[in-house]
Structures are given as C-alpha cells and as structure tokens.
Design a protein around this ligand. Structure first.
Ligand code: CTP
Ligand code: MG
Length: 451
C-alpha cells in the first residue's frame, strides 16, 4: 500500500469504527436488556426441572456486534432428552418469554421474537461434551462463543466490527444460502489469524482458490472448498464451507480495490435503484441480444431452502436452452413477490433448419437412418466424409415455446417442479415495469461500492 493510501485508510477506518461501535450508553443498555432476558429465560428453564442451562451466544456474547444486534440465546439440553422434547420445550420457553414471537426453522425449529425492543433468537441445542459429536446442527455454537471469548484480543473487537461492516457492504456477509458468504465466526477467526482488519484484506488480496488456513497446527481432513479454515473447536469441519466461489472471489477483488483506494463506500454503499424501463430498453437494444424472463410463483419456503432450489432451476433452464442450440450469454434470478429467471441469449430466434448428423454409410443400420429421413427432412440425406447428414425441421425456433413445452423436464428444485404460475416473456415483451428489478440485476454489473 502506498504511504498516502495508508494514511487515508487509517482515516477511513477510524471514521467507520466510530459509526459501527456501540456507544457506552448503548452498550450499557444492551447489557441491561440481556441480563433481564437471561434471568427470565433461566426462570422458565429452571421451572422445567430438566437440568437445562441458558447461555448467551453470538456477537453480543463476544462483543463483536454492530449497532443493531440480534441477541442470540441458547438453551442447552442434557443429551438424554429426546429430540422431540427438546424442540417442544425449547419453543415453549421462547413463546413464554418473548413478544412478537415467530416460529422459525433452520435445521430445527427455534423462536424469533423481541425483548425490550431488541430482536432475539432463542435456540434449543444439546449440551454436548465434544464438538466433534454433534446431536443437532447448532451444538457447536457454545464452543465457538467460548473460543472467541477466550482468544479474541480486546483490541481486535473493533477490527472484527470493521471487517463485518466491510463484508456487509461488499455483499458477502452471512453464511446463509441467500448470500453464501462469510459468517461472523469466520471473520472473527480471520482477525485472530492475521491480527487486524487491514491485515485480513492484505492477505485476502493474495489468496488463491483452495487456500487453507488454521489457528492450531492445521491437520484436518481435505476439503474441496474455495477457502478452507479448520474450525479450531473441531478440526473435521471447514468454517468456510458455505462460501461460494463467487463470494470468495468478490471478497478478494474488494480487498484489492479497497487497498488501492480506501473509501467508506466499501462499508456503507449507496442504495442501488433498479434501472428505468427506458434504460433497460436502450441497453438491450445496444447489445442486440435476446432477453428471456421466466416467472414462477414463489413457494412458501424459508430462504435457506428457496435459494438453492432457485439456483438449481436456473442451471436447469440454461442447460435446457443450450441443449436446443440456444447460446446463453448470461443468467441470473431474482426473488421478490415471484421468482424470476433472467436469461440473456445471443439470439431469440434460430433458423427453421438444423443439421442432424447420422452414421457412416458403411455401417449396417445406415439404411434405417436413410429410411427415417427420406422425404421427412428439409433435405434428402447427404454424405460428408462418408457420413450421412440431413437438414431437419427444428421444433422450437424460439425460447418461449421450448420453455413452455420442456421446462418441467429440466433439472428443477423440488418445490418448483409443478411450475405453478409459469409465464415466459421474451424480447420487447420481457422489458416491463414488473421485470425491472430482475433485468437490472443482470444488466447493472457495478459492484456495491461503485454505485
Ligand atoms: N445460530 C444458530 N441458529 C440461529 C441463530 C444463531 O445456529 N437461529 C448460531 C450461528 O450458527 C452462530 C451463532 O448462533 O454460530 C450466532 O449467529 P449469528 O447471529 O448469525 O452470528 P453472530 O456471530 O451473532 O454475528 P452477528 O453480528 O451477525 O449477529
Ligand atoms: Mg447474532
């Protein structure tokens, strides 16, 4: 980094730190709220006489939260208690303590609600002895919390806050399926590994796909993920397993760009407006490509289930088009009130004629090829290098009829397979107010910090 950029980065980071760190009053207020919440949950838990423990976890417990934290509270159940009883009791404790409660499902149900105006996740888990022997997916969380509490230096908490805000601004914060990015815990252990926010970015700008990191002597099993960070509490797990190649790459790119020209825009990007219908029309006309928008009803699923199914369906749709000779230049999907797949094709029309290649003339069943195509194609069978070919009539010369006829047999997410509410629009028809956000997502390639 150039000395001038260095001084500028210091200034930017001081500024951002001021904005993302809770004030002393805010911190005290959160502490009080947490204390009264834990007290109430403990009372509810103790009344069950099941040997339950209540533990504050997540970023409030680790003091790495940004201004508006969710409070994460876990209720730890002895391993002898059945899964069913854990779920029932866990939900019941949440319902009785919190307000505005909503039952939510991750791998197992938990309660989201409010306590004194702050949002709370109340999650039941098993009190396991060894983080390698999980009974439910969230049982490692108390180990993560304790690990960070005992290993993250006081002076590094601000560094974590900067890094979280940076990842958020860039668009890669969160391990959930919608984002496929960096979890809070991953960013915390990255700061432990490299020491500071800036050091994380400096190292990240040199990362190669498959980079493997650890805090203890890293001998664990091999992973195929773009980034591997052995979990210090369970060497058999990659903390970065949810990170996609794109989020990994975008983080590397953002790190390089930030180090070249530090700016608050990486942390606090401007909101992005969808392009106007007029601008979309102009952009598409200039490209001369063909836009296809395929809409489906949005099934009632949580994002962690919906996004993987939408991704799979988008790939299935593109593969279908490619197998019928359409050239897919780009593709994306947008989930709003409905699911919209956007495909950019080299062209929306294919000629009626397609060439169909047959067997060499000297093999026995060459005659069946000839019989099949005699008078049936757009040409008589003809020879090239001794092989028969024929010009045939293409069934679908445009994407709309193809998708309407064949989308159901493409590789689709299981809850999208019935194609409820299917609508296919192409070309000028696809460019409309309703499709603005979806088309903008494909056309507007500016990075968050460039908006
Ligand atoms: N967790 C979970 N299920 C939930 C909520 C949280 O398993 N419904 C676990 C996560 O796996 C994580 C911890 O609880 O280990 C806290 O989750 P989260 O709030 O996402 O991360 P934080 O570290 O608290 O970071 P943030 O500042 O984003 O809240
Ligand atoms: Mg949290």
């Amino acid at each position: 980094m150039l000395p001038s950029a260095h001084a500028h980065a210091m200034q930017v980071e001081q500024e951002v730190l001021g904005k993302v760190s809770p004030t002393a009053e805010r911190r005290d207020a959160i502490q009080r709220t947490v204390r009264s919440l834990l007290e109430t949950v403990r009372k509810e838990a103790d009344a069950r006489d099941l040997g339950l423990e209540v533990m504050l976890v997540g970023s409030v417990a680790k003091d790495t939260y940004l201004n508006d934290p969710d409070i994460d509270v876990f209720v730890l159940f002895p391993e002898l208690i059945s899964r069913n009883k854990l779920e029932k009791t866990g939900l019941d404790i949440g319902r009785r303590t919190l307000t505005k409660v909503e039952e939510r499902y991750a791998e197992h149900p938990y309660i989201h609600g409010e306590w004194e105006g702050l949002e709370v996740d109340l999650v039941p888990c098993y009190h396991i002895k060894d983080p390698q022997c999980l009974r439910s997916a969230v049982d490692r969380t108390p180990f993560h919390t304790r690990y960070v509490q005992s290993h993250l230096g006081e002076g590094q908490k601000g560094e974590v806050r900067l890094l979280k805000r940076f990842a958020k601004g860039v668009g890669v914060y969160g391990a959930e399926a919608r984002v496929q990015g960096f979890s809070g815990y991953l960013l915390e252990i990255l700061v432990m590994k490299y020491g500071s926010f800036r050091a994380v970015l400096e190292h990240a700008s040199e990362w190669k796909k498959g980079v493997t990191l650890g805090l203890e002597e890293d001998q664990g099993k091999r992973f195929q993920d773009p980034l591997v960070f052995y979990d210090p509490v369970d060497r058999g797990r990659n903390v970065a397993s949810a990170l996609s190649a794109n989020s990994f790459a975008l983080f590397i790119h953002a790190a390089r760009e930030y180090l070249k020209a530090p700016s608050e825009r990486f942390f606090f990007p401007s909101p992005r407006e969808p392009l106007s219908v007029e601008d979309i029309r102009k952009a598409v006309a200039e490209r001369g490509t063909g836009m296809v928008v395929v809409e489906l009803d949005r099934p009632d699923l949580i994002d962690d289930n919906l996004y993987p199914q939408a991704r799979k369906s988008l790939d299935g749709l593109a593969a279908l088009l490619a197998s019928y000779d359409f050239t897919v230049l780009d593709k994306t999907f947008h989930i709003g009130d409905r699911i919209r797949f956007v495909i950019e094709l080299r062209s929306l029309t294919l000629p009626r004629a397609a060439r169909h290649n047959g067997p060499p003339a000297w093999i026995d069943n060459a005659s069946s090829f000839l019989e099949k195509w005699k008078g049936a194609g757009l040409s008589e069978p003809f020879l090239e290098n001794g092989h028969w070919s024929v010009m045939v009539r293409r069934e679908h010369t445009g994407p709309k009829s193809l998708i309407e006829a064949k989308f159901s047999s493409a590789g689709l997410g299981s809850d999208l397979r019935d194609l409820k509410g299917l609508r296919v629009e192409t070309g000028e028809m696809a460019i409309s107010e309703r499709n603005r956000s979806a088309l903008s997502l494909l056309l507007d390639k500016r990075k968050n910090w460039e908006v």
